[in-house]
Design a protein around this ligand. Sequence first.
Ligand code: ATP
Ligand code: MG
Length: 189
Amino acid sequence: KFSNSLIRESHRLANLVQELMQLSRVQSAPGLENATEVDLAAVLIDSIERNQVLAEKRNIRVQGATSESVKILGNYEMLATAVRNLIENAIVYSEPGTQVGVGLKQVDGVAEISVTDSGIGIPESEQERIFERFYRVDPSRSRETGGTGLGLAIVKHIAANHGGEVKLFSKPGVGSTFTLRLPITVQED
Ligand code: ATP
Ligand code: MG
């Protein structure tokens, strides 16, 4: 029992260190050095794949839908980190047996990646604060999920680094949709 909790705590610590490093990295990159053309459909598929084990563990189906190829100028790893964090949240803050939808589309020169869940939702009064570092809604209940409250702060920085933003639509007991909106700075070929 003791070694189990030791393992759990060391995982938690490793996670915390990794997130702190990620946050400091995206904070110190106000612009985008070495930006390349990034295929957002590939980012989506990659981010879904990296959450597959977690999704199976929680019995949640993550459904990706991309009909078009959307490319932007940016940093692949950062974008994948952002989408992965959103999908992870959607899985963790949902009941087993539900579905998570991930979509990609292009609207008026803006690429939109949306992650929708039918989970616990977020009260209106908390919807701004969840993007702050270390802020978690109901820390006692979400203790079992073991997060640190840095995920969305990282997502917000990554969006800003790409000249974009994160939009949130959520209703307690119904679910949430997080939308990453990124201006398209690359010509379609
Ligand atoms: P971690 O740093 O491991 O990501 P975290 O998930 O608690 O920890 P954030 O991703 O920043 O941190 O999310 C902050 C809080 O916002 C969460 O603790 C949770 O209360 C709430 N939240 C985030 N995403 C969702 C969601 N899809 N549905 C319901 N609540 C959410
Ligand atoms: Mg999180």
